[in-house]
Design a protein around this ligand. Structure first.
Ligand code: AMP
Length: 420
């Protein structure tokens, strides 16, 4: 019996030209960060499970239900990273980056793993580009991080990304708010599962999209009304800097996020063309995270933008893929001597920075021309043994079909000129 394999549920293969679009999107999302002094960091695909339990928070769906955790042959408990921030903060502490210049500004790009129920825009293996600015608590830095996200989407041509903004308070004012919310929720008619959720993390109930819950929490107290003076001043300052930077936002007092470490500034980028999974990116300040994972007091602010959903948002707005990956020139050799020559011509074009490919496999004119058309190249160089003897090649414009003989001595410069 023969058996075939498919990619596991909730995962997918990225094939060209979409795969090229992904690369280009990752680059584009990172470009504003690189211009703003963020340095690239790569951390391992897996970390100690306890890092996420303590960093992301045991009450979150991510930690309680969605982690890919395993015990190694050596007995270590490890987890495929479900998000990027905990590993980056772990690395900052481990390598004592915080003892150098502050803030430590870092960016990363990678794949993350969550055992979620797969649906459009929600996968078990997905990519993010992330940014973290660590070691300084300055509202101007919150605004910088947010504005860089806004720039990234804008530079990709997206015009329908909205910024939702909230402050979640800090360890002074959040407990007081939380107590008020618990009191409010106790009076409601909630099912057992929601009540359990309310006991562990009452703020998450505000985020419940089911109408029967949403209706009941419509007039729940919101955190912005309970912010302490420091948090209020911080939030006002963030909004001031955002306004100065020309960033517009929507106050979203019910915005809470799926990871426990957020304090003060919290935000999400949403796109209305995506259906239920409307968040294309999100982030916030996480001033207690370093201490939660055994590090020094170290404030931080960051975001993660989803590459997959950014791609879907671009499709929804009808924005063409930013890269095709097609070659500019395709060589069609007809005969042994012609092939030897064309192999070196194609190599020389590549050396000069022109993307070029060749019909391999000695397919004959028809098959090779078909390959040239499929390659997406602008120009084909057709070289037969008789052309070679005559010292010329046929240069064909694959869009118009026009073809002309070009002397082999002038072939490279002619191709360069045609592509300019
Ligand atoms: P989070 O780390 O949950 O704040 O997510 C940040 C961004 O990553 C989201 O706004 C999404 O764009 C993306 N993302 C998170 N989870 C998934 C998933 N399961 N599938 C695809 N994208 C995701």
């Amino acid at each position: 019996m023969s058996s075939t394999f498919s990619a596991p549920k909730g995962t997918f293969d990225l094939l060209s030209p979409e795969s090229e679009a992904y690369l280009a999107i990752r680059e584009a999302l990172a470009a504003p960060l690189r211009r703003a002094g963020y340095r690239y960091i790569e951390t391992p695909t897996f970390e100690q499970t306890a890092l996420f339990e303590r960093g992301v928070g045991e009450s979150t769906d991510v930690v309680s239900k969605e982690m890919y955790s395993f015990t190694t042959r050596g007995g270590d408990n490890l987890t495929l990273k479900p998000e990027g921030t905990a590993g980056v903060v772990r690395a900052v502490i481990q390598h004592r980056l915080h003892t150098g210049q502050l803030p430590v500004k870092l960016w990363y790009s990678g794949t993350y793993y969550r055992y979620e129920r797969p649906q459009a825009g929600r996968y078990r293996h997905f990519s993010q580009v992330g940014a973290e600015a660590i070691g300084v608590d300055d509202p101007a830095l919150d605004a910088e991080v947010i504005a860089l996200g806004v720039t990234a989407y804008r530079d990709l041509g997206l015009s329908q990304v909205r910024l939702l903004l909230n402050s979640l308070g800090d360890k002074t004012c959040r407990p007081i708010y939380r107590a008020a919310l618990v009191k409010f929720l106790a009076k409601l008619d909630l099912d057992a599962e929601t009540r359990r959720r309310a006991d562990i993390n009452p703020l998450r109930v505000l985020d419940d999209k089911r109408p029967e819950v949403a209706k009941q929490v419509a007039d729940a107290p919101v955190i912005v009304d309970s912010l302490c003076d420091e948090c209020r001043a911080h939030y006002d300052a963030v909004r001031g800097f955002l306004a100065d930077l020309g960033v517009s936002w929507e106050e979203t007092p019910r915005l809470v996020r799926g990871l426990d470490y957020y304090t003060r500034t919290t935000f999400e980028f949403v796109h209305d063309g995506l259906g239920a999974q409307s968040a294309v990116g999100g982030g916030g300040r996480y001033d207690g995270l370093s201490e939660d994972i055994g590090g020094p007091e170290l404030p931080g602010i960051g975001w993660a933008l989803g590459v997959d959903r950014t791609m879907l948002a671009m499709k929804a707005e009808g924005i063409g893929s930013p890269a095709t990956g097609a070659c500019d020139v395709f060589g069609v050799p007809l005969g042994t001597a012609a092939k030897r020559r064309l192999v070196t011509v194609i190599s020389e074009l590549r050396e000069r920075g022109i993307s070029a490919d060749l019909a391999y496999g000695d397919r004959g004119l028809k098959g090779a021309m078909k390959a040239a058309d499929r390659s997406g190249a602008k120009l084909a160089i057709v070289l037969g043994d008789r052309d070679l003897e005559a010292g010329s090649a046929q240069l064909k414009d694959l869009a118009s079909g026009e073809q002309a003989a070009v002397s082999l001595d002038e072939l490279i410069t002619t191709v360069e000129g045609r592509l300019r």
